[in-house]
Design a protein around this ligand. Structure first.
Ligand SMILES: NC(=O)c1ccc[n+]([C@@H]2O[C@H](COP(=O)([O-])OP(=O)(O)OC[C@H]3O[C@@H](n4cnc5c(N)ncnc54)[C@H](OP(=O)(O)O)[C@@H]3O)[C@@H](O)[C@H]2O)c1
Length: 292
C-alpha cells in the first residue's frame, strides 16, 4: 500500500489556505497547518488538520512543522518580512529533508516592492536543490471586497487602477489549482501563471456589479496618494499599502492585460468569471446584508 501524502500548509488561515486545507483533507491527504492564531485555526483543526503553532518570522518555531512532511505549500504574507519568512521555511525544509515546495507566488508588475520580494523568493526556491512548483496568481477578484462598504452604501467603487485591464482571478480557482498540483504528478520545475478567463478593467467590474446587484455601481479612479491614505486608515501596514499603490501603477499600465489557460489545464474546469464571483458573493456587496 502506498504511503499517505503528508503536506504542510503555511498561511492556512488566509484567503487561499482556508479553502485549500479542507480540499486537501477531503482528498485524503494528511494535512499539517502552521498557524499563529489558534482560534482562527479551530475550524481547520475540527476538520482534521494537525496544528503546529508558531511564527514564520521565528525560524526556531518552524522546524517542528516541517518534520516528516512530503510537501510544503509555502504561502507567506505580503509584508516586509516575506522574504525572510520564505527563507526560514526553505532552510527548515533543507534541514529536515523535505523534498518538495509548492510556492504560492504572484504575477504582478516588478515596480512593486511586493513583487520584487516575490521574485527573489522564486530564485531562492529554484536554487535550493529542492523540487518545486510555482503558482503565480494575479490580482484576486476577492480584493474588491475591500470596497464592499462603498459599493453597498453609495454604489461606488474607488480604486487607483485607471483603465488598466487585468486577468483577475477568483481565489477559489487558486485553491483548486493548488490542490491539483499538490495531489497530481508531473509539475516539478514548472511555473503556472494563474488568471481568470478575461482581462477586465474596473469599469467592467462596476458594470458587472450594476447588473448583478441590480443597481447602478460606478467606478471612480483615485490618485495613488488617496488610495494609500484610505488603506492605512483601514489598518493596512504602511509598507504593504505603498506596495499596493506600486502594484496599481503597474496594473494601470496593463501589466496583466492577458489571460492563461492554466486553471483549466490544472483543474479540468474553466476559471470562474468576474460575473460568477459577483453573483456568488452578492450578499457581501449588498447594503441589505451589511446593515442587518
Ligand atoms: N491579494 C492578491 O491579489 C494577491 C495576488 C497574488 C498573490 N498574492 C500573494 O499571496 C500571498 C498571500 O496573500 P493574501 O493577501 O492572500 O494573504 P492571506 O493568505 O489571506 O493571509 C496571509 C496568511 O499568512 C499568515 N501569516 C502572516 N504572517 C504570519 C506569521 N508571521 N507567522 C505565521 N503565519 C503568518 C496569516 O495568518 P493570520 O490569519 O494569523 O493573519 C494568513 O494565514 C502573498 O504572498 C501575496 O503577495 C496576493
Amino acid at each position: 500500500m502506498s504511503k499517505k501524502l503528508k503536506v504542510l500548509v503555511t498561511g492556512a488561515t488566509g484567503n487561499t489556505g482556508s479553502l485549500l486545507v479542507p480540499a486537501l483533507l477531503k482528498a485524503g491527504v494528511d494535512v499539517r497547518i502552521f498557524i499563529r492564531d489558534e482560534a482562527k485555526a479551530k475550524p481547520l483543526k475540527d476538520l482534521g488538520a494537525e496544528v503546529v503553532s508558531g511564527d514564520l518570522d521565528e525560524p526556531g518555531t518552524i522546524l517542528p512543522a516541517v518534520k516528516n512532511v512530503d510537501k510544503i505549500y509555502l504561502l507567506t504574507w505580503n509584508g516586509e518580512t516575506q522574504l525572510k519568512q520564505a527563507e526560514n521555511v526553505i532552510n527548515a525544509a533543507k534541514y529536515e529533508g523535505v523534498p518538495y515546495i509548492v510556492r504560492h507566488s504572484m504575477w504582478g508588475p516588478e515596480n512593486s516592492r511586493i513583487i520584487k520580494q516575490g521574485d527573489k523568493i522564486e530564485e531562492m526556491i529554484k536554487s535550493s536543490g529542492l523540487q518545486w512548483t510555482l503558482l503565480k496568481p494575479t490580482f484576486y477578484m476577492q480584493n474588491t471586497m475591500m470596497a464592499a462598504q462603498t459599493i453597498s452604501s453609495d454604489g461606488v467603487i474607488y480604486w487607483d487602477m485607471k483603465d488598466g485591464r487585468l486577468g483577475m482571478i477568483d481565489v477559489r480557482d487558486i485553491a483548486d489549482s493548488a490542490l491539483a498540483v499538490i495531489t497530481g504528478e508531473g509539475h516539478e520545475g514548472k511555473s503556472y501563471i494563474l488568471t481568470g478567463p478575461g482581462a477586465i478593467s474596473f469599469n467592467d467590474v462596476a458594470s458587472t456589479f450594476s447588473r448583478v446587484l441590480d443597481k447602478e455601481v460606478k467606478y471612480v479612479n483615485v490618485p495613488g496618494e488617496a488610495a494609500l491614505q484610505s488603506m492605512t486608515g483601514m489598518g493596512v501596514p504602511q509598507w504593504i499599502a505603498e506596495g499596493y499603490v506600486e502594484l496599481s501603477e503597474g496594473f494601470s499600465k496593463n501589466f496583466a492585460n492577458s489571460t492563461t489557460e492554466n486553471v483549466k489545464i490544472l483543474t479540468g474546469h474553466s476559471a470562474r468569471s468576474f460575473e460568477q464571483f459577483a453573483k456568488d458573493f452578492a450578499q457581501v456587496f449588498s447594503s441589505k446584508e451589511i446593515t442587518v
